[in-house]
Design a protein around this ligand. Structure first.
Ligand code: GAL
Length: 376
C-alpha cells in the first residue's frame, strides 16, 4: 500500500513538473526543475519539510519571477514554501527570517538586501540546525551558509563592457566618446564584481582617451546606487546632465548595471529634452526585464543581460535538496566566492548579453517570454 501511495505521489509530481515546464518566466514557473542533480526518489520527496525563502523586493520584476520559480519548483517536489518579500527594508528582512526560524523552517534560501545586517539572524539559523542557501547574492561574513547559486557576476560586467566596446568600435580605435557609470548597490557583493568586470574591459579606453567620463566619476564609491534604486539613478542622471552635459557635450554611453536604473536614466534624458533616435545615448542594463526588452525593441534601451532565472532556481533547488536530503548538489565554482569567513561552494549560471539582434532568439524562442508579452 505504502508503495502504491509513493508511486502515485511520484507520478503526480512528475505531472506537475511537466505542467510547470510549459510556463515561461514571465508567468510563474519554469522548466528545468525536474533535472536537478539529486536523482534518488527519496530526494525528490519534500516529506513535508518547509523551506523559507527570503527575497529582497517585489519592486523589480526579476525577484517576483525568482520567488515564484523557486516556490513552484520546490512545491512540485513536495516541500512547503514560506515565501517572503521585504521590499528593500533591511530590518523587515531580518524579522522575516527570524519568523521563519521560530516557525520551524527546515532550510532557508536567502537573497539578501544587506547581507551585513543578516549575520546575527543567520547565526541563529545555524544554532537551530537550519541550513542556509544564498540565492544570487552572496551572504557575507557568515559561516552559516552552505551553498551559493548565482550567475558569473564578474562575467556580467565583462559582457556589458564588451557590448559597449563592440558597439562603439573601441577595439579599432574609435572615439572619443563620453560615458557615465551607474553601478549597483554597495551592500550587494555582486555590485562590486559587476564593476570589476566592467573596468577589466573598459579601463584601457579611459586611460587612452577613447572613453571620456566628463564628470570624472569612475570610482565605485561615486557611481554606486544604494538599494538599486531607480529614483536615485534618475536623480544621478539629471544631476550629471545639468552639471556636465549642458554646454553642448553629448552623452554617448550610459553604462547602467540594472534595467531599473536604465528606466530612470531614460526618464532623466526625456526630461532634459533628449529624444530617442536623436542624440540618444547607448543605455545598457541587466536582468532582461519585460519593460527593458520592450525598450530595446523601441530603441530606448540598447542592451540588457539575460539571466535565466529558471535555471538559477533549478540550481538552488538542487542545493536545498542536498542540504535536506543528503547528497552533493551541482557545483561549478569552489574558489571565487570567499565571504570573508569561508569559500562558499557555488554554481554560477551564464549571463548572456541581449540587444535587438538576438532578443527574439534568446527570450522568445527559449520560452522565457511569449511574443505577446513583448507585443511582437
Ligand atoms: C543584483 C542582481 C542583479 C539585479 C540587481 C538588482 O544582486 O544580481 O541581477 O537584479 O541585484 O535587483
Amino acid at each position: 500500500m505504502k508503495k502504491l501511495i509513493a508511486l502515485a505521489l511520484t507520478a503526480a509530481m512528475a505531472l506537475s513538473l511537466a505542467a510547470c515546464s510549459t510556463t515561461g518566466a514571465g508567468g510563474a514557473s519554469s522548466a528545468p526543475a525536474a533535472s536537478t542533480s539529486m536523482a534518488s526518489s527519496t530526494a525528490t520527496m519534500g516529506g513535508g519539510k518547509t523551506v523559507g525563502i527570503a527575497m529582497p523586493t517585489q519592486s523589480s520584476q526579476r525577484w517576483i519571477q525568482d520567488g515564484s520559480n523557486l516556490k513552484s519548483q520546490l512545491e512540485a517536489l513536495g516541500y512547503t514554501v514560506d515565501l517572503q518579500y521585504a521590499e528593500d527594508d533591511v530590518q523587515a528582512q531580518v524579522s522575516q527570517i527570524e519568523n521563519m526560524i521560530t516557525s520551524g523552517a527546515d532550510c532557508l534560501v536567502v537573497a539578501s538586501i544587506d547581507s551585513q545586517a543578516l549575520v546575527n539572524v543567520l547565526a541563529q539559523a545555524k544554532d537551530n540546525g537550519i541550513p542556509v542557501v544564498a540565492y544570487d547574492r552572496l551572504l557575507m561574513d557568515t559561516d552559516a551558509v552552505s551553498y551559493y547559486a548565482t550567475f558569473d557576476n564578474f562575467g556580467v560586467g565583462v559582457e556589458i563592457a564588451k557590448y559597449v566596446e563592440a558597439k562603439m568600435d573601441l577595439a579599432n580605435g574609435a572615439g572619443p566618446y563620453n560615458i557615465e557609470f551607474f553601478a549597483g548597490s554597495p551592500d550587494d557583493n555582486n555590485a562590486h564584481l559587476f564593476n570589476d568586470g566592467v573596468f577589466s574591459v573598459l579601463q584601457k579606453y579611459l586611460d587612452n582617451g577613447q572613453l571620456v567620463c566628463q564628470s570624472g566619476q569612475t570610482d565605485f564609491e561615486q557611481t554606486a546606487i544604494l538599494r538599486w534604486s531607480q529614483e536615485t539613478a534618475q536623480k544621478r542622471m539629471e544631476d550629471l546632465l545639468a552639471g556636465y552635459y549642458s554646454q553642448g557635450q553629448d552623452l554617448d554611453i550610459a553604462l547602467s548595471m540594472f534595467d531599473g536604473f536604465s528606466y530612470g536614466i531614460a526618464a532623466a534624458l526625456e526630461g532634459a529634452g533628449y529624444k530617442v533616435g536623436e542624440q540618444w545615448p547607448i543605455i545598457t542594463g541587466q536582468d532582461a526585464e519585460l519593460m527593458a526588452c520592450k525598450n530595446i525593441m523601441s530603441g530606448k534601451q540598447s542592451q540588457t543581460i539575460y539571466k535565466d532565472t529558471r535555471v538559477l532556481a533549478e540550481k538552488c533547488v538542487g542545493m536545498v535538496q542536498a542540504v535536506l536530503e543528503g547528497g552533493e548538489p551541482e557545483i561549478n565554482d569552489s574558489e571565487t566566492y570567499n565571504n570573508n569567513v569561508k569559500v562558499v561552494p557555488s554554481y554560477l549560471c551564464t549571463p548572456v548579453s541581449v540587444d535587438e539582434s538576438n532578443l527574439k532568439e534568446l527570450l522568445v524562442d527559449s520560452g522565457y517570454y511569449t511574443a505577446e508579452d513583448l507585443g511582437m
